[in-house]
Design a protein around this ligand. Structure first.
Ligand SMILES: Cc1ncc(C[n+]2csc(CCOP(=O)(O)OP(=O)(O)O)c2C)c(N)n1
Ligand code: SF4
Ligand SMILES: [Mg+2]
Length: 347
């Protein structure tokens, strides 16, 4: 019997595939949301999938001495190499199929990386991959906001002020880390117009995330999905609250959910409801106060954090996505220019 490879959108939890392709046998911490991302990712993509994983928690804890939770073919790749591994595997499969050495069928290629491996070390390779539109592969960046596997070191995804082993809070310097989180999906979407699908998701919104994975694979070409993953160990909270923290990150407007399909941005889930005024954005304090990594925050730190998030929502061209705005004096000029350019092209 032929295996069904089409990946239709999931309408509700009743539609979620029953087949588990990421099973017991992993040793991530209790409440690890990154492990849940792996499960949703591969259950959404189905059995005709090859997964490549760069070094990090979801590699190391998933391949401990002869045990693995992966039901699908799986291979480890070097820490900064998810982009290259995705592209190389997709190209290899294409050649083997062209030469008739493999049956010509659809095989999903997904390479995952952590924020250290993807947002820092491997960003160049992911960027290069997103320009090779003739190959079908998805890079999934699971973001637990630190180099977690090596004991919670600071990454470019660590939020402002958070304590990590590289940014402890001291009596002389309360905030060791004062840089704002790098906007990876926004940057990749803005810079790779030929990638057909770039999205930001969160496992706390499972159906939304699974649909994003499916859309990326269905649209094809090189695509990218970034997830925000609460990490009980690094963020310092009880493991039972992972889902709640994922919800709060989105509801406080800190982690907007969206997708950019062929250059068109679509806000999803609660982010869309907030943008449409159907839901009120919660204060960031609701999120910050639940995590030990922000326990040293004073009122002024919370205020700064809130002001930055407010700016994302009120000043950015697209809330949480495109981090610049059009100056008031240029708003009409730019609109006129766009129209004029369109007329020039179609005249
Ligand atoms: C080139 C290289 N440098 C350093 C390491 C050591 N190392 C292994 S896992 C890891 C952390 C990776 O962090 P991230 O990509 O965010 O994944 P996480 O552990 O958070 O899941 C590091 C630094 C390595 N394996 N390879
Ligand atoms: S340290 Fe964090 S990301 Fe790593 S296994 Fe534990 S909960 Fe998961
Ligand atoms: Mg990490």
């Amino acid at each position: 019997m032929a295996i069904e490879t089409a990946l239709p959108q999931i309408k509700g939890v009743k539609d979620v595939p029953y087949e588990e392709l990421f099973v017991s046998g992993h040793r991530t911490c209790q409440g690890c949301e990154s492990a849940l991302v792996m499960r949703h990712m591969v259950n959404a993509s189905g059995p005709r999938t090859i997964v490549l994983g760069s070094t990090g928690c979801t590699y190391v804890a998933n391949t401990t001495y002869y045990t693995t939770p992966w039901v699908v073919p799986w291979m480890h790749t070097q820490l900064g190499a998810s982009g290259s591994a995705a592209l190389g595997t997709a190209a290899g499969l294409k050649v083997l199929m062209r030469k008739g050495k493999l049956k010509n069928e659809r095989i999903n290629v997904i390479a995952f990386c952590g924020d250290g491996g993807g947002a820092d070390m491997g960003l160049g390779a992911i960027s290069a991959t997103l320009t090779h539109k003739e190959y079908n592969c998805l890079v999934l960046l699971y973001d637990n906001e630190s180099y977690a596997n090596t004991d919670i070191q600071l990454s470019s995804q660590t939020p402002y002020g958070a304590v990590t082993t590289f940014s402890p809070s001291g009596s002389k310097k309360r905030l060791m880390h004062t840089r704002w989180k790098k906007n990876v999906p926004g940057m990749l979407a803005a810079g790779h117009p030929e990638s057909r699908y770039i999205a930001a998701g969160c496992a706390a919104y499972a159906v939304d995330l699974m649909n994003k994975i499916r859309k990326a694979l269905e649209l094809g070409g090189p695509t990218f999905v970034h997830t925000l993953d609460p990490c009980p160990k690094g963020w310092d909270y009880h493991p039972q609250y992972s889902q709640e923290l994922g919800h709060l990150a989105v509801e406080c407007g800190i982690w907007p959910l969206y997708e950019v399909i062929d250059g068109v941005c679509n806000l999803t889930g609660p982010t869309r409801q907030i943008a449409e005024g159907r839901k009120k954005r919660k204060p960031v304090y609701e999120y910050l106060k639940r995590q030990g990594r922000f326990a040293h925050f004073l009122e002024e730190d919370v205020e700064h954090f809130q002001a930055q998030v407010d700016k994302m929502w009120t000043e950015w061209l697209i809330p949480g996505v495109i981090p610049f705005t059009i100056a008031a004096k240029d708003q009409t000029i730019l609109k006129i220019d766009k129209q004029a350019l369109h007329e020039q092209k179609t005249a």
